[in-house]
Design a protein around this ligand. Sequence first.
Ligand code: ADP
Ligand code: MG
Length: 409
Amino acid sequence: MTETLTAPTVEYGADALIVCDNLVRIYQVENIEVQALQGLDLLVEAGEMVAIVGQSGSGKSTLLNVLSGLDVPTAGAARVAGWDLLRMSHADRLTYRRTVVGFVWQQTGRNLLPYLNARENVMLPMAFAGIGSTTRRKRANELLDAMNMGHMANRRPGQLSGGEQQRVAIAVALANRPQVLFADEPTGELDSATGDDVFEALRAANRDLGAAVVVVTHDSTVSGQVQRTVAIRDGRTSSEVVRRTRITAEGVTEVIAEEYAVLDRAGRMQLPKEYRKTLGLKDRVRLELEPDHIGVWADGTPHRPKPHPTAIPQPNPVEAANPPPIVRPPAPPTTDGSPAFPAPSDAPHLHFQAAPERPSPEQQASAGHPLAGMAHEAEAPEGANPYTPRVPPPTASRPKGTPDEGGEQ
Ligand code: ADP
Ligand code: MG
């Protein structure tokens, strides 16, 4: 028998809802190239809620524009629910934007049509998708109720506050049961109390309707409320904070936040600036593989070879008389106030350990919200996931001549 040495190739993010693989977006402004995305990797699971944070200009909006089908990346791969965002026809792009994803923008005025009332705004995307008027009206009312806007269904955007407009905008974005809701700084123009209401509406969309939510936010209190916060720096994902809940022995639920550096597919990672500063790491570092972690030392740190397990340590007579002081750096900051890991070696260094598995969206799900029942209403066959796209991705076999109704939402 011939033995094969090649491992089976598993596609990167094969099971994920959103896959960005080495995504690049270069803008050409006159003769200058702006690299807005510089090889960004990101996976989002179905039903997950993820916050994206990062300084202004780091590429957050570019990423959301690509994922929502408004912009086409320069290179790399981007797939959402099986749709290949680099190879979509114009007609597919329209279908994708209408039925697979929903979006909410920061500028309240960009989300709603000013001459339609709240209910008509929510009904409009359903009309584009060819849904009958009775169903449209019923679902619009349910969505507005769920966003706590049912009592203002007859008001036009101009008669609503900023926060109320954003809640209607979320209902509009959810009208065609998207699998993902993208929101680019949806609370950016609102005061914090109003912003909280809008954020709660996004959480309801995730928790009760099962839509994955990817929300760009500046607000650290907001990003502190989601399972996973992904930080983008210079057009790449640089770190993630994962939050999980734990019940203590006393029966108290506590949230544990752990920060991880993102390792890209080539094995690259970014060391946080404060760590580099604390240990004076620059240009190159020395790595050492330990059984369960990797140690990182600044270049020039004296290397102490580990004694062979069977060797009997021989005290150095000079050192024994004058032991060198042990220098430890201040502990790097931790996100949850827990004590930093003690350094295992005498020399100041960092050590890295692999992250445990991410919590599944189901573990985070909870029931009891007004929207909870809506996911299984009449249109969906019994037991079917209402978030399964009505239109399969073009990569799957799709009947020819899918109608293209024209006109953007
Ligand atoms: P963020 O949303 O994180 O503030 P953006 O994605 O808007 O960042 O921008 C990332 C970078 O790309 C910035 O340097 C920005 O100036 C540039 N950029 C964004 N959109 C365009 C565009 N349409 N043309 C040229 N440069 C752009
Ligand atoms: Mg932006």
